[in-house]
Design a protein around this ligand. Structure first.
Ligand code: CUA
Length: 334
């Protein structure tokens, strides 16, 4: 009876309480499935070891306890070859049972996927505190929201722009470090359509916990439409004064389509994304309000974010509102 609330609490703790699927225990792709199998295997072995060790321990405590009136010194034992061989060989066997499938899966996955010439190449660059996704085969760049087709392997090149981060989509697979100056490779598949939450899994600064992204798996046709929409000429603000302000204050770092800089998240079609800054959800608060709030004071939402506040950026509240309206309406049809 006492165990029940404890177990319930544990299940609640382990289940993804978030709004999207963020659970390694509910795999949505073959890589996460294999990783879950390995987790089950290692937890099984650990549980077995714990049960056996505790059983022996309890047996010894009871069997050899000091009985009342007994003042004698127990038999003194020094070394026992048979026992020593047994407790060396058993862990060795357990490590082999654990190690062989792990190594087989880790290298097997990389090898099988690397043969796939149809894989979509995505170069992931992790920044404090946002994610850049460059589709090298298509010549497009986006940020915060990775869009992938359900019918192809995705071949990731992982790098870090500043410090160490780690790329992880719990329901799909991972995690792997993104290091400055080193390229790591990872292959993932997204067989089911849906939006999967990604996290940074390496402590990287004050907003590490807020360094979220989305992986959106769409049908092959939808992916082709997305690529075409991303490659279409950039939509600029209709109002000339706002367009000028947007170009001089925003596009020095950000980009839309072929216009702009390279040091901040690409904003092409940002109105279609699920979140602003990875953490302000556009289904609960309108995308326009989220962009407005973010542009006004980015550090309020992500401490340590590089983007200056609107006032430091020489933008009036009217200009911020106009830019938020323009960006919110900049949607991609796919
Ligand atoms: Cu990036 Cu933690």
């Amino acid at each position: 009876k006492r165990l029940l609330p404890l177990l319930t609490g544990l299940v609640l703790l382990l289940s993804a309480c978030g709004r999207e699927d963020l659970s390694t225990l509910n795999p949505q792709g073959p890589v996460a499935e294999k990783q879950l199998d390995l987790m089950k295997l290692s937890i099984g072995i650990m549980a077995l070891v714990v049960v056996v060790v505790f059983a022996i321990c309890i047996y010894v405590l009871i069997r050899f306890r000091r009985r009342s009136g007994d003042k004698s010194i127990p038999k003194q034992v020094e070394g026992n070859h048979t026992l020593e061989i047994i407790w060396t060989v058993i862990p060795l066997v357990l490590l082999l049972i654990l190690g062989v499938p792990t190594i087989k899966d880790v290298f097997g996955l990389a090898k099988d996927y690397s043969k796939d010439k149809n894989a979509v190449q995505v170069r992931v660059t992790a920044h404090q505190y946002w994610w850049e996704f460059e589709y090298t085969g298509y010549g497009i760049k986006t940020a915060q929201e990775l869009v992938v087709p359900t019918d192809k392997t995705i071949s990731f090149e992982l790098v870090g722009a500043d410090v160490k981060h780690s790329f992880w989509i719990p329901a799909i697979g991972g995690k792997m470090d993104t290091n400055p100056g080193v390229t790591n490779r990872m292959y993932l598949e997204f067989p089911k359509e849906g939006v999967f939450r990604g996290k940074c899994a390496e402590l990287c600064g004050p907003s590490h916990a807020l360094m979220d992204f989305k992986a959106k798996a769409v049908s092959p046709a939808s992916f082709d439409r997305w690529v075409a929409a991303m490659k279409a000429p950039a939509v600029m603000p209709a109002d000339a004064e706002i367009a000028e302000k947007f170009t001089s204050q925003c596009l020095t770092c950000h980009a839309v389509g072929e216009n702009g800089g390279n040091s901040a998240p690409n904003l092409t079609g940002v109105g279609s994304r699920q979140t602003i800054g990875g953490i302000l959800y556009n289904d609960t608060t309108s995308v326009e309000k989220n962009i407005h709030d973010w542009v006004t004071d980015p550090q309020k939402y992500k401490s340590g974010a590089m983007m200056p506040k609107a006032v430091e950026n020489d933008l009036t509240q009217e200009q911020v509102s106009a830019i938020a309206k323009y960006l919110a309406e900049y949607k991609l049809d796919y």
